[in-house]
Write a protein that binds this ligand. Structure first.
Ligand code: GLV
Length: 319
């Protein structure tokens, strides 16, 4: 029987073109999340759902259609989905790992470099008309090369971030509940340490853990207090991993030197105490937003959804 899919937000036509002709697609073609009641109503009778992280997929949503077989998230993180409830209902959840690893790692580095070398301040200054002459002590920043990089969370993205550190001759520390193979540690020249050692010894701390109950506010006032006064924090993972109020205080009071943030606790809100601070670089959750990668993510989500509805194994089910 022909299958029907709800696509709860914008998806590129190249990816939608991968849906077999005989399937029907109900596309909510905007970036606004469907209100829950509408999401539930439009999901009725559907076999598959393709969604973005802005849709909260809880047990009630999952129960909206007795036919629902698959929820394909267009993201690697899937904290927007109640995976345990999906499992109970026999619904497969998929995500989009791998295709965004390198692009996200590139962007973590973009934030790191921008915060270290004050690129955003420099841009504003150069455009402002204030730049009248060469100035010896203008916009001094931090060196990156030769420093210590601390990576919290050593999955695909954390490892890709580590790989790039080789080009900057950095010492790489990492912390993860699961230690990497010795051969990978050698290849990436990365040393496994406990979290406190990482916080105390790193010049740059970058967060690459999933958002889980145990990683919520992993970087809180206590953690920030352990970091070097010259250190820079980068978060391109999930906002609630960092306690934003504590971070704003740390940045204001000089506990640490700077931060680069792509994600926030209450997106699209940014904690008001962060906004006036010059030593924080902010971006609107765009770490995976390159043309190629966004297309690859959308295509993978569609392929996952179609595979399940055609009775095949999903390509990238969530673990
Ligand atoms: C983006 O935030 C993702 O999880 O892919």
């Amino acid at each position: 029987m022909a299958k029907s899919i709800l696509v709860s937000n914008t998806l590129p036509k190249e990816a939608l073109g991968l849906v077999p002709k005989e399937f029907t697609v109900d596309l909510h073609n905007t970036d606004h999340p469907l209100p829950k009641a509408e999401l539930v109503a439009r999901l009725k009778g559907k076999d598959g759902l393709i969604c973005h992280i802005i849709s909260a997929i809880d047990d009630e949503v999952l129960g909206a259609s007795p036919n629902l077989k698959v929820v394909a998230n267009v993201a690697v993180g899937y904290n927007n989905i109640d995976v345990a409830a999906a499992r109970r209902r026999g619904i497969i959840v998929t995500n989009t790992p791998d295709v965004l690893t390198e692009t996200t790692a590139d962007f973590a580095w973009t934030l790191l470099m921008a915060a270290a070398r004050r690129t955003v301040e420099a841009d504003h200054y150069a455009r402002s008309g204030e730049w009248k002459r060469w100035q010896w002590d203008l916009l001094w920043g931090m060196d990156v090369h030769g420093k210590t990089l601390g990576i919290l969370g050593f999955g695909r993205i954390g490892r890709a971030v580590a790989r790039r550190a080789g080009g900057f001759a950095m010492r790489v520390l990492y912390h993860d509940a699961v230690r990497a193979d010795a051969s990978l540690e050698r290849e990436l020249r990365a040393t496994h340490v406990d979290q406190d050692t990482l916080l105390r010894e790193s010049d740059f701390v970058t967060v690459h853990t999933p958002l889980l109950p145990e990683t919520r506010h992993l970087i809180d006032a206590g953690a920030l207090g352990k970091m070097k006064k010259t250190a820079i924090l980068v978060n391109a993972a999930r906002g609630p991993i960092v306690d934003e109020a504590a971070l704003a205080r740390a940045l204001r009071e000089g506990w640490i030197a700077g931060a680069g943030l792509d994600v926030f606790e209450e997106e699209p809100e940014i904690h008001p105490a962060l906004l006036p601070l010059k030593n924080v670089v902010v971006a609107p959750h765009i770490a995976s937003a390159s043309h190629d990668t966004r297309l690859a993510m959308a295509s993978l989500a569609v392929r996952n959804c179609v595979a399940v509805l055609e009775g095949k194994p999903p390509i990238t089910p969530v673990p």
